[in-house]
Design a protein around this ligand. Structure first.
Ligand code: COA
Length: 321
């Protein structure tokens, strides 16, 4: 590409470098294949890997968990603020606002040293799930559930959302999902965060802006819509006909296509296997069958393969979310 040439969607433009992840030949976090991490690691270990550059020793993991537990609650006044947010506010807007408001209680807010940024990241890692779960419950007129200091990050998320002690299977599913979504090189929201940081603004501002980018239906917002579409296809007399109709109306089917993975998202292929196994254990694979029918039409008609949001929607559904 020559200097000054316009590249729609920044295709082919190298805007920065990162050693955190690589999506060129499968997805790798700091050199580890994500399939290997999703299979054998917990989200806590992966979060440590991303923040601290290597997988933790048992001692480092213990100290990390201790720090996370210390930050696990949000300020009392903050919960009062959450109770005042109108019901109609979309969840992603609430997450964005709260990431920004949390900064007001963080004494490190203006410290942009690496150490302070890691401290702030570790706090957000435990505070954001508390907010997500509290919002979910407040909308159902239920009281927020306090985190349980004996549970992992994944286990706690299930606990705080459902007020149900997670089974090992539920905890595993949540771990897997959090690991697969944890990092993706230069996607639109990460790019947004880096633009904000590049002005020497602060971490909370960057995260809040990134959530704004993530909210869009062509990025993270797609996964909220996937389940509704899958359900519509499932309830239609003929799932394949439902997709053909959507394509005839020139609608985008959420959960398909990817800017980078033209031949299919490796994370989606990995999670699909897990979803089918889980559905088989439940004794109802009908959603998996519908998903496969939709996939076949999308591949045949548009050459498009599922992205991670496609199987994730089923995973959350099986989790009871
Ligand atoms: N359903 C139907 N058609 C789709 C489609 C989808 N999910 N994704 C892309 N297309 C079509 C477009 O309509 C366009 O067709 P046209 O050339 O006839 O106009 C063509 O494929 C290229 O679209 P474009 O947006 O340029 O492709 P892209 O590779 O840059 O887009 C996405 C990537 C993710 C934005 C796009 O595939 C999409 O919108 N997917 C649905 C949303 C989603 O699942 N997002 C989560 C991403 S992880």
């Amino acid at each position: 590409m020559s200097e000054g040439e316009y590249s729609p969607g920044l295709r082919g433009v190298i805007a920065g470098e990162t050693s955190i992840s690589d999506v060129r030949h499968g997805v790798h976090y700091r050199g580890y294949a994500i399939e290997e991490l999703a299979e054998h690691a917990t989200f806590e270990e992966v979060a440590y890997l991303l923040l601290h550059e290597d997988l933790p020793t048992a001692e480092q993991l213990g100290a990390f968990r201790k720090r996370l537990r210390k930050h696990q609650s949000v300020p009392h006044d903050f919960m009062d603020f959450m109770r005042k947010i109108p019901d109609q506010a979309p969840l992603m807007d609430v997450m964005q606002t709260c990431a920004s408001v949390l900064a007001h209680w963080d004494p490190d807010v203006d410290d942009n040293s690496h150490e302070a940024n890691v401290r702030k990241s570790e706090k957000l890692l435990v505070q954001m799930p508390v907010i997500l779960a509290a919002r979910h419950r407040l909308l159902q007129s239920k009281e927020p559930v306090a985190p349980d200091k004996h549970l992992s990050l994944a286990g706690n998320l299930v606990w705080m959302l459902l007020r149900e002690k997670p089974s090992p299977q539920m905890e595993r599913a949540m771990d897997m999902s959090l690991i697969l979504y944890a990092e993706h090189e230069f996607n639109a929201s990460t790019f947004t965060a880096r633009v904000v940081c590049s002005t020497l603004s602060d971490l909370h501002s960057a995260i809040s802006a990134a959530i704004g980018a993530l909210k869009g239906p062509l990025h993270g917002g797609a996964n909220q819509r996937v389940m509704a579409e899958l359900r519509a296809a499932h309830e239609a007399d003929d799932a394949q006909q439902w997709v053909l109709q959507a394509l005839a109306e020139r609608r985008r089917v959420m959960g398909f296509g990817h800017r980078v993975y033209q031949q299919g998202d490796p994370r989606a292929a990995f999670l699909k296997t897990f979803c089918r196994q889980w559905a088989e254990e439940f004794g109802d694979t009908s959603l998996e069958d519908t998903a496969e029918q939709v996939e076949a039409v999308m591949a045949e008609q548009k050459g498009l393969r599922p992205n991670l949001d496609w199987p994730s929607a089923r995973l959350y559904y099986y989790l009871g979310l």
